[in-house]
Write a protein that binds this ligand. Structure first.
Ligand SMILES: Cc1cc2nc3c(=O)[nH]c(=O)nc-3n(C[C@H](O)[C@H](O)[C@H](O)COP(=O)(O)OP(=O)(O)OC[C@H]3O[C@@H](n4cnc5c(N)ncnc54)[C@H](O)[C@@H]3O)c2cc1C
Length: 401
C-alpha cells in the first residue's frame, strides 16, 4: 500500500463526493479533504433558492454530518487554505506553512463570483458562498429596492424570491436570459412569469457604472438611464479558481484543462467540478459545466480510476433551476453554431422543449414536468463511449457550456 494520502483540495460538492467515493471504491490510503471555508461542507443550490426565503438553517444545507467523515475515515481540514502545489515532489503547502506529501491529488477548488471591474471594494452582494447568503438574507426586507445585475439562473432565482418577499426588484441584463442557454420559448415564458410577478426586467442593457453604497445605489446604464437601489446584487457568473494550478505550471484555459478521465497535464493530479475544463461528449467541445451532477460525475470518475474500478459511462449533463414557483430541468448540451429545431409540447402543469440539431435530440428542457423530463432525457443522442476517451490530447480551444 502507498503510505502517502490522497489529498482533495476544496470541500464543495465535487471534493466531498470524491473523498467519499474514494473510500467506497476501496482506496486504502488516508484521505485528506482540505477546504478553506470555515463551515462543514454544504450544498450551494439552496443558497439562491430556499435558503433566502425559508427558515432553512445551516444544518439543513450541510452535505454530510461530521460523524459521516469520521466513519468513512476522511480527515476533513476546514478553514485551511492550500497556498501552493508542487507537482514534481507531490507536495501540498498550506497557508499556515505545513507541507503535506500525496500519492494523488484532486483539485476541486470550484469558482468564485465574478464582479464588474472596480467593484471588489464596494459593498455589493454576490451569491457564491454560505456566508454570502447569510449576509443577503436579512436584507431582503419588504419594500426595499433591489437591483440585480445579470439575469443568469442565479440572478433570476434571487429576483423571483425577492419579489415574492415584497421587495421592488429590477433586473438588468446585457444579453439574453439564463445566458442564452435555454430555448427562445422557455426564455420568453420565464420573462413573462418574472414580469407578472412584478420584476422590472430589462434585457439588452449595459451597466456603465455603479455609484453610492448600501442603502443608496445609483446604477447608470450605457444609454444614460439610471436605476436607484437600496441593495445591489451582482450575478454575472463565476470565475474558476485556477491560481493554484496555474502557479504549479498546470495547463489552464477557462478552468484547469483535463482529459476525459479528469487528469490534468501533471501526473497524479486531477481536477473536477466547476474548476475543471473538460471535453464534453454531448456538447462536442471543451467547456466547464457548473452543475452538481457534473461535479458528482467527475468525482466518481476519479475515484473509480484511483481504485482501479471501471469508470461509469457518460450521461447527458443535467441542471435545474427554480423561479417564479416553477421548476425548470435541463439535460444535454446543444452544439455551437448548428441550427436548432425546437419542438414544444404542453404538459398538464408546464411544458417540454426538445431541441434537435442535425437530426438528433441534443437537449431537453422541462418545466414542472418531471416524468416527461426523465423519459425525454433518455432519448438524447448517445455520446462516444468512455472506454475510448476522446481527449487524451488536450485541446486549446476552451468554450463555455
Ligand atoms: C447559489 C448557487 C446556486 C446553484 N444552483 C444550482 C442548481 O440549482 N443546480 C445545479 O446543478 N447546480 C447549481 N449550482 C452550481 C453547483 O452548486 C456547482 O456546480 C457545484 O457546487 C460545484 O461544486 P465544486 O465542488 O466544483 O465547487 P465549489 O462548490 O465552489 O467548492 C469549491 C471549494 O473549494 C474551496 N477552495 C478553493 N480554493 C481553495 C484552496 N486553495 N484551498 C482550500 N480550499 C479551496 C472553495 O472555498 C470552495 O469551498 C449553484 C451554484 C451556486 C453558487
Amino acid at each position: 500500500m502507498n503510505p502517502l494520502p490522497v489529498i482533495v483540495i476544496g470541500a464543495g460538492h465535487a471534493g466531498v463526493e470524491c473523498a467519499f467515493a474514494l473510500r467506497q471504491a476501496g482506496v486504502p490510503q488516508d484521505i485528506l479533504l482540505i477546504g478553506d471555508e470555515p463551515h462543514l461542507p454544504y450544498e450551494r443550490p439552496p443558497l439562491s433558492k430556499a435558503m433566502l426565503s425559508d427558515a432553512l438553517d445551516i444544518e439543513r444545507v450541510q452535505l454530510k454530518p461530521m460523524a459521516a467523515f469520521d466513519k468513512a475515515r476522511i480527515t476533513l481540514r476546514r478553514g485551511e487554505r492550500v497556498a501552493r502545489l508542487d507537482t514534481a515532489s507531490r507536495t501540498v503547502h498550506l497557508a499556515g506553512g505545513e507541507a503535506l506529501h500525496y500519492s494523488d491529488c484532486i483539485l476541486a477548488t470550484g469558482g468564485r463570483a465574478r464582479l464588474l471591474p472596480g467593484m471588489d471594494a464596494m459593498q455589493v452582494h454576490a451569491i457564491r458562498t454560505l456566508d454570502d447568503a447569510l449576509r443577503l438574507k436579512p436584507e431582503l426586507v419588504p419594500g426595499q429596492r433591489l437591483v440585480v445585475i445579470g439575469a443568469g439562473y442565479l440572478g433570476l432565482e434571487i429576483a423571483s424570491t425577492a419579489a415574492k418577499l415584497g421587495l421592488h426588484v429590477t433586473v438588468l441584463e446585457n444579453g439574453r436570459l439564463m445566458g442564452g442557454k435555454v430555448s427562445p420559448y422557455t426564455e420568453a415564458r420565464f420573462a413573462a412569469l418574472h414580469r407578472d410577478a412584478g420584476v422590472a426586467l430589462f434585457t439588452g442593457v449595459a451597466v456603465a457604472r455603479c455609484e453610492g453604497g448600501p442603502g443608496d445605489w445609483r446604477i447608470t446604464l450605457a444609454d444614460g438611464a439610471e436605476h436607484e437601489a437600496d441593495l445591489l446584487l451582482v450575478s454575472i457568473g463565476a470565475v474558476p479558481n485556477t491560481e493554484l494550478a496555474e502557479a504549479a505550471g498546470i495547463r489552464c484555459h477557462d478552468g484547469i484543462e483535463v482529459d476525459a478521465l479528469c487528469q490534468t497535464s501533471a501526473s497524479g493530479l486531477f481536477a473536477i467540478g466547476d474548476c475543471a475544463n473538460a471535453h464534453s461528449h454531448h456538447g462536442q467541445r471543451r467547456c466547464r459545466i457548473e452543475s452538481v451532477q457534473n461535479a458528482l460525475f467527475q468525482a466518481r470518475t476519479v475515484a473509480a480510476q484511483l481504485a482501479g474500478k471501471p469508470v461509469a459511462a457518460v450521461r447527458p449533463p443535467t441542471f435545474w433551476s427554480e423561479q417564479c414557483g416553477k421548476r425548470l430541468q435541463m439535460a444535454g448540451l446543444v452544439l455551437l453554431d448548428a441550427p436548432i429545431d425546437d419542438h414544444v409540447t404542453h404538459t398538464d402543469r408546464g411544458w417540454v422543449v426538445e431541441r434537435f440539431q442535425q437530426g438528433a435530440l441534443r437537449a431537453v428542457e422541462a418545466v414542472d414536468s418531471p416524468v416527461d423530463f426523465v423519459q425525454k432525457t433518455r432519448m438524447i443522442a448517445a455520446p462516444i463511449s468512455m472506454e475510448t476517451p476522446a481527449c487524451t490530447t488536450l485541446s486549446t480551444e476552451p468554450q463555455h457550456a
